[in-house]
Design a protein around this ligand. Structure first.
Ligand code: HT7
Ligand code: ZN
Length: 860
C-alpha cells in the first residue's frame, strides 16, 4: 500500500501534446489502439500508468519496441528519442468490470468513468491531471446494437464498416487531462434542444436516455439552459463547444461526471416526472445538471495540478451550484439544507479517522477523497471569501483567476492568490483553512453597558485535535452578526444593520455601539463552518425565530432550542421527559403554528427536530441509548401537545395541480410534516387521512409524505401502503429505490430479517450502486435503532454486506463503511463491537485498497 504525499509533487518530465485512440468494441473483448506523440524533457525512462490491461503490442515511430518493462501498475519505456510517436495496443474486458471505473457496461451500453484514476484502466498513459493533450477518438462497433457512438468534442467523421459495423471519429479542440475523457456506445433516444450564447454561438444540447424516457428528460434540459444563462449573467462565462451532450446511465458510482462536452449522469439525476420524482429529486437534478455544466470553466478550462488540489474545482463548483440553486428556488431553505449537510456529515467526518483538510496532505486511494470535506466544506471556504470580499470583489477575483490560468492545471494557492491580487488583500492567514482539518469551536460572551450604550463581545476560538493533526492554529473566521430589540425590530450595531466580524486570533474583544439589544443574531447565514457556543434564553431564541430577517438564523434558533433540551434530557434524566422539561418547546411551537408566517418551508424547518445524526455531533462522548430515547420521546410529546394545530395547518393546504415551484414545494413540505406529527400524536385517528393522502396523491412528494408518516407510527398501515407502492412501481427500479430506502430506515424489531429478504427481491441487484445505497446505505446512515442495536446485530449485519459489496465495487463499499468508522464517541461496549467488526473486515484476504485505507485508519 502506497501513500502519496502532496509535498512530493514533481512536474512531469515530458509532454504529450496529442493522443489518438481507436476503440474496437466487440463482445467480450475490446481492443484499444493508442498513439501518443511524446516530447521528453530529459533522458529518464518514460513511465506510463496502466492497471489490469492486457498488453498486445508496442511500437515507437512505426517499429516494434523491445526496451520496455511492465508491472501491475506501469509500463516503462527506455532509450526513447526525445521526440517520438508511441503506439500501444491493449485489450480490455468491460463486461467483467463491476467496479464501474474505466470502460464498463451499463445495461446494454458501454460507458467510461475516468476521474480520478480510471483512464489507466483503458490504456497506458500518464494518468495525472497536469498532462494536457489534444484527443482524437475513433470508435468502431456493431451498428444495430450501438447506433450512438460518442466521445468528447466535435464529430468529424463517420462511416460504414464490414459485417454490419460502423465508426465515428471525434476531435476535441480543447487540450484536456485524461480524467475528462469519455466514451459512450449504445442505443438511446435523444432529446434535443439548443442554446444561443450571448456572443451568438449556437450550441446543440443533446440528452441521451434509455428508449421511452424522452419526456422525463425535459426538466433536465431546461435546467441546463437556465444554468448556461446564469453562468453568463453572473460570471460572464460562455460555453465553448458546438455541442453539449448528457448521457443518462443506470450503473454509476456517483452523481454525474463533467467529461468535456459529454457528461455522463446517474439516470436518477436526469429523469423526472411528477408521478415518480419528488420535489427533492427535481431540486437535485437542477443543481447537479448545473454543477457539471459549471465545471466546464471551474475544472475543465482551468483544471487541478494534482489530486490534492481537488477542492480547487469541487469546492468552487459546489459554491457556484449553490449560488445558482439559491437564485432558482428559496435562498433561505437552500442555506438551511447546506448547513445541515455540514453539521450532520462534515462535522462527523472531521471527528472520524478520515479527518482531512479540504486540501489533503496524504492519500492512499484517491477515490476516498471525494468527500463532504473536500466538496461541501470546500464550498464553505469559498463562501467565506465571498463574504469577506463582497460580490464585486469576488467577481474581480474570478475574472483574474480565469485570465491568468485559462488552459492550465493549477493549485488552490493560485486561486487564493488571484482573489488576493484582484482585491489588494493579504489572504495569507485565510489560507490556513486549506491546510487545517477539524471543526473550530467558537465561544461568544456578551455584556451590555446601558449607560454607554456599548455592547462588549469576547470571542474565542479553539479547534480540537483531529486524528490526522494534533496541533491547530487560529483561523480567520468571519462571523456575521446583527441584533433585535424587544419588539423584534433591528438594532443598529456600529450604525450598521449587520456586521461581519473577522476573528483572527485565539481570543478577541469587540466593542460595538448599540441601543439596548434584546437578542443577538450571531453566525447569520451560517457565515463559517464552525460550532458556536453562545448562551441564549428560550425567549431570545424564539424572538430570533420570529423576527430575524435571516432565514437560516430563524431555523437555527429553533434547532438550538430543541438541541439543548434533548441533550440536557439525555444527560440529566437518561432521556425521560417530564412535562416541565418540554414546556418551552411546546410553547414555542404553538406560537409558530399560530403565527401568520408566509414562508411555509421555513416554518416546517422551524418545527422539525434536528436529526439524530446531527445530535451525535454535539458532544465528545454520547450515551446513544439516552439520546435516542430523548429524541424518540420528544417527537410524540410535541405532536400531542399541539395536535389540533397540526391538523388545522394540514387541512389548510389543499392539493393542487402539481408543479415544481417554490411556493408549492414549501406548502408540501409543511403539509407532510404536519401529517407526520398527526400520526405521531394519534396513529389510529389519523390513519384514514394518511391513507387518503397516499391514494389521492398526484405527485411523489405527497406519496412519500404519507409513507414516511406511517413508517414508524403504524406498522400495519405502512405495510399495506408499501405493498401498494410495490405493485405500482415494481417495473421502475429507480422509483423502487425509495421503497427499499423506506424499508431500510424503518424502526422495527425485525428490521434485519426484513432487509435480508429484500435482497432477494426481483428488482434488487448487488451490482447496481443505487440499489445497494438505497438498502444498505440507508440502514447504515439513517437507521440508528438498527445500527446501534445493543446486541451488536446491526453493525454485524452491515459488516457482512460490506464484505460482499467490496468484491464487486470497492468505491461503493468504501463509502458505505462510513458509519462503522465513528466509534470514539460510543460507549465502551459498542466500541468493542465496532472494533471487532472492523477487525473482521481487516482480516478479509482480498480487501480492496479503498476499504482497507479506511478500516486501518479506524483501527489505529
Ligand atoms: N467530478 C466528478 C467526480 C466523480 C467521480 C469521482 C470518483 C469516482 C467516480 C466519480 N464519478 C464522478 C463529479 C463531480 O463532482 O462533478
Ligand atoms: Zn464536481
Amino acid at each position: 500500500i502506497q501513500v502519496k504525499r502532496r509535498l512530493d509533487y514533481q512536474p512531469p518530465a515530458f509532454s504529450i501534446p496529442k493522443i489518438s485512440l481507436t476503440f474496437e468494441l466487440a463482445d467480450q473483448v475490446t481492443t484499444v489502439r493508442s498513439t501518443l506523440s511524446v516530447e521528453k524533457f530529459d533522458d529518464s525512462p518514460l513511465i506510463l500508468d496502466g492497471t489490469d490491461l492486457e498488453l498486445a503490442a508496442i511500437m515507437v515511430d512505426g517499429t516494434p519496441w523491445q526496451d520496455y518493462s511492465v508491472d501491475e501498475q506501469h509500463l516503462t519505456l527506455r532509450q526513447l528519442p526525445r521526440r517520438c510517436e508511441i503506439a500501444v495496443h491493449t485489450r480490455l474486458y468491460p463486461e467483467k468490470n463491476t467496479a464501474l471505473e474505466g470502460l464498463y457496461q451499463s445495461g446494454g451500453s458501454y460507458c467510461t468513468q475516468c476521474e480520478a484514476e480510471g483512464f489507466r484502466r483503458i490504456t497506458y498513459f500518464p494518468d495525472r491531471p497536469d498532462v494536457l493533450a489534444s484527443y482524437t477518438v475513433r470508435i468502431e462497433a456493431d451498428k444495430t446494437r450501438y447506433p450512438n457512438l460518442l466521445s468528447n468534442g466535435n464529430c468529424v467523421e463517420r462511416g460504414e464498416l464490414e459485417e454490419g459495423r460502423h465508426y465515428v471519429v471525434w476531435h476535441d479542440p480543447f487540450n484536456k487531462p485524461c480524467y475528462l475523457f469519455a466514451l459512450v456506445a449504445g442505443q438511446f433516444d435523444v432529446l434535443r434542444g439548443n442554446y444561443t450564447t450571448s456572443s451568438g454561438r449556437e450550441v446543440q444540447l443533446e440528452f441521451y436516455v434509455d428508449e421511452g424516457n424522452l419526456h422525463k428528460a425535459e426538466f433536465a434540459l431546461q435546467s441546463l439552459q437556465r444554468a448556461m444563462r446564469w453562468d453568463e449573467d453572473v460570471y460572464g462565462l460562455e460555453y465553448d463547444l458546438d455541442v453539449y451532450m448528457v448521457v443518462a446511465v443506470d450503473f454509476f458510482n456517483m452523481g454525474a461526471m463533467e467529461n468535456k462536452g459529454l457528461n455522463v449522469f446517474n439516470a436518477k439525476y436526469v429523469l423526472a416526472d411528477a408521478d415518480s420524482a419528488t420535489d427533492t429529486d427535481y431540486f437535485n437534478i437542477e443543481s447537479i445538471i448545473a454543477h457539471e455544466y459549471f465545471h466546464n470553466w471551474t475544472g475543465n478550462r482551468v483544471t487541478c495540478r494534482d489530486w490534492f488540489q481537488l477542492s480547487l474545482k469541487e469546492g468552487l463548483t459546489v459554491f457556484r451550484d449553490q449560488q445558482f440553486s439559491a437564485d432558482m428556488s428559496s435562498p433561505a431553505l437552500c442555506r438551511v439544507q447546506q448547513a445541515k449537510v455540514i453539521r450532520e456529515q462534515q462535522f462527523a467526518e472531521d471527528a472520524s479517522p478520515m479527518a482531512h483538510p479540504i486540501r489533503p496532505d496524504e492519500v492512499i486511494e484517491m477515490n476516498n477523497f471525494y468527500t463532504v470535506t473536500v466538496y461541501d466544506k470546500g464550498a464553505e471556504v469559498i463562501r467565506m471569501l465571498f463574504k469577506m470580499l463582497g460580490k464585486d470583489g469576488f467577481r474581480k477575483g474570478m475574472d483574474k483567476y480565469f485570465s491568468r490560468h485559462d488552459g492550465q492545471a493549477v493549485t488552490c494557492d493560485d486561486f487564493v492568490q488571484a482573489m488576493a491580487d484582484a482585491n489588494h488583500r493579504d489572504l495569507t492567514l485565510f489560507k490556513r483553512w486549506y491546510s487545517q482539518s477539524g471543526t473550530p469551536q467558537v465561544s461568544i460572551e456578551q455584556r451590555y453597558d446601558p449607560e454607554r450604550k456599548k455592547l462588549y463581545l469576547d470571542i474565542s476560538q479553539h479547534t480540537p485535535a483531529t486524528m490526522d493533526q494534533a496541533s491547530k492554529r487560529p483561523l480567520l473566521i468571519p462571523i456575521e452578526i446583527s441584533a433585535l430589540d424587544e419588539e423584534g425590530h433591528p438594532v443598529l450595531l456600529d450604525s450598521r444593520k449587520s456586521l461581519v466580524l473577522e476573528l483572527e486570533q485565539k481570543q478577541q474583544s469587540y466593542v460595538l455601539s448599540c441601543e439596548q439589544p434584546f437578542a443577538l443574531n450571531v453566525l447569520r447565514d451560517f457565515s463559517a463552518p464552525i460550532k458556536l457556543r453562545f448562551s441564549q434564553t428560550a425567549q431570545q431564541r424564539l424572538h430570533i425565530a420570529l423576527y430575524s430577517d435571516d432565514g437560516f438564523s430563524r431555523v437555527d434558533a429553533m434547532q438550538g432550542l430543541y438541541q439543548e433540551a434533548m441533550i440536557r434530557c439525555a444527560n440529566e434524566s437518561s432521556g425521560q421527559w417530564d412535562s416541565n422539561r418540554a414546556q418551552s418547546l411546546i410553547d414555542a411551537q404553538r406560537v409558530l403554528l399560530n403565527s401568520d408566517e408566509t414562508d411555509l418551508a421555513l416554518l416546517a424547518e422551524m418545527l422539525s427536530l434536528p436529526s439524530f445524526e446531527t445530535l451525535m455531533q454535539l458532544e465528545e462522548r454520547i450515551d446513544v441509548d439516552a439520546l435516542m430515547r430523548a429524541r424518540d420521546g420528544l417527537e410524540p410529546l410535541l405532536a400531542c401537545a399541539n395536535e389540533p394545530l397540526w391538523l388545522r395547518r394540514f387541512e389548510s393546504i389543499p392539493q393542487t395541480d402539481y408543479q415544481y415551484e417554490p411556493l408549492q414545494v414549501a406548502a408540501r413540505k409543511l403539509k407532510n410534516h404536519c401529517l407526520l406529527q398527526m400520526m405521531n400524536a394519534n396513529p389510529q385517528q389519523y390513519a384514514e387521512a394518511c391513507k387518503a393522502q397516499y391514494q389521492q396523491a398526484n405527485n411523489m412528494t405527497d406519496t412519500l409524505g404519507a409513507l414516511k408518516a406511517a413508517q414508524n407510527t403504524s406498522e400495519t398501515l405502512f405495510d399495506e401502503l408499501m405493498q401498494q407502492f410495490e405493485q405500482r412501481w415494481h417495473h421502475a427500479p429507480t422509483v423502487m429505490d425509495k421503497w427499499f430506502a423506506l424499508h431500510a430506515g424503518a424502526k422495527r424489531k425485525d428490521i434485519l430479517s426484513r432487509i435480508d429478504l429484500l435482497q432477494d427481491h426481483a428488482v434488487f441487484s448487488w451490482k447496481n450502486p443505487n440499489r445497494v445505497r438505497a438498502l444498505v446505505g440507508t440502514f447504515g446512515f439513517y437507521n440508528p435503532h438498527g445500527l446501534y442495536a445493543e446486541d451488536g446485530s446491526g453493525v454485524r449485519w452491515l459488516t457482512e454486506q460490506l464484505i460482499q459489496i467490496d468484491k464487486i465495487n470497492p468505491q461503493v463499499s468504501a463509502r458505505l463503511v462510513t458509519p462503522l468508522l465513528s466509534l470514539t464517541k460510543l460507549d465502551d461496549k459498542r466500541q468493542l463491537q465496532w472494533r471487532h467488526e472492523l477487525m473482521r473486515l481487516a482480516d478479509q484476504p482480498t480487501l480492496s485498497v479503498d476499504l482497507s485505507e479506511k478500516v486501518h485508519k479506524a483501527l489505529n
